[in-house]
Structures are given as C-alpha cells and as structure tokens.
Design a protein around this ligand. Structure first.
Ligand code: MG
Length: 233
C-alpha cells in the first residue's frame, strides 16, 4: 500500500473562527446571553419576556420571576455557560446557591434534564445532587468547584434522546460535561428526565428550549454570563 491510499481529502471540514478566548463565542455560535439583554429568554411558566436582572454585563436570577428558557428550541449541541455563586452565599446542602442548567426543557417548572448548579465548595449534600451532577442520576466524576465569588464555567456536549413515532424511546440522551475545564461527566447515558421524586423515565419530545433554574432556596441569587450554544448536525 502507498500512503496516499489511506488519505481522505473530502469533505473538507468547514471553517469556524474560534472566539478570542475560551469564554467568547466561536463564529458559528448562537449567543444566548451577550451581557446586554435577555432577549433570547422567556419565562418558562408563561413564555412572557424574561424578567431576571441584567446589570453590568451579567444576568442574575430573579427568584420571584421563576425559571427562564430560551425562545429557540434545540436538539444536539455544544454549550458554554459561566456562573458565579455570590461571595457571601449562605445556607447549606441543597439550599446554597441552587440553580440548574436544563439541557432540554420538556415542560413547565423543573421538567427536563438538569445539570445541577449549586455551591459544592466545602458544602456536602447527596452526591448525585451536588454541582455537576446529572440530577439524581450521575454524580460528577470529581468536584471541580471554585470558591464562592469566582466565575466558573460549564462546557457541555448534549446529545438529545430520540423517539419512535409511537413515542417509544429510540436512543437515550447522553452528556459530556466539563466544569472549569475539568471533565465531570464522560458520555453519561441518561435514564430519562431528571426527577426530584421517583425513578427517571423518558417522555417523547422533538426539540426543546434550554432552561435556567430559579430555585426556591432562601440563599442569595446566583449570576450568569457568556452563554452560547453551537448546534450540532
Ligand atoms: Mg438545581
């Protein structure tokens, strides 16, 4: 054999210009929060414009306004998000900076598939509910949390579940995730939606918004910045 016989020349991967740094969106990303407005978001409850607080380039949870979700619906994607637990956070266990990134919002409230956001820096709780857990299904591989007051990142690759016409599951959802550049979920296969109570199960959907949680815990609200997503074919 000649070396040329194992060379592949097409199709040529299309060009994507990376962001200026790892926080900045690449050229083919959809920016979900750019520091200026929350136009990409609506109330998850009634789909009216989102009423969280935008100030100084950051988005802060408004607990009274409830969860927010994207206007757009997604299937498979790569997502980048940054969050900050307040430096003066109080509370313990699940009541300390609780929020969440719902990879797919399949209904109101907390319905969907949640990657937990919580202050898990020297704060213990059930491990499948700590920061970086696929809620009540998969603890993070390691605890890569920074101390409160510092910005932290999630980089997620989400493969949505697929369903037969009958509604039966065809292929389950999978997630790979990094927290602050550290691998915390390695191609984990989900057992269904993430439930607070009971065993997970799947319910058919096609495309779904991405949702952020306004958790009812009494601790101070957390903030977000630099949220973008790249749809995957
Ligand atoms: Mg949560």
């Amino acid at each position: 054999m000649k070396p040329e016989q194992t060379e592949v020349w097409s199709p040529v991967p299309r060009v994507v210009t990376p962001g200026a740094n790892d926080s900045a969106p690449p050229s083919d990303a959809i920016v979900l929060f750019n520091g200026k407005d929350e136009d990409q978001w609506v109330s998850a409850q009634d789909h009216t414009p989102a009423r969280w607080i935008v100030h100084d380039g950051i988005l802060t949870v408004n607990k009274k306004a409830g969860n927010i979700e994207t206007r757009r619906r997604f299937k498979d994607y790569q997502l980048h998000l940054e969050y900050r637990i307040p430096a003066d956070i109080t509370g313990s266990g699940q009541a300390r900076g609780n929020s969440g990134l719902f990879l797919a919002s399949t209904g109101p409230g907390d319905r969907g598939y949640e990657l937990q956001i919580l202050d898990s820096y020297h704060n213990s709780t059930y491990v499948n509910g700590q920061a970086g857990a696929v809620y009540k299904q998969s603890p993070p591989l390691v605890n890569a949390c920074r101390r409160p007051g510092q910005w932290q990142s999630y980089d997620v690759i989400w493969t949505a579940p697929t369903f037969h016409k009958s509604g039966a599951l065809k292929t389950p959802a999978r997630i790979t995730a990094f927290q602050n550049g550290v691998l915390i979920q390695n191609d984990f296969t989900l057992r269904g939606e993430t439930l607070y109570i009971g065993k997970p199960f799947y319910q058919a959907y096609d495309r779904a918004p991405i949702k952020l949680q306004a958790h009812g815990d009494p601790s101070q609200p957390i903030s977000f910045r630099n949220i973008w997503v790249r749809e995957l074919p």
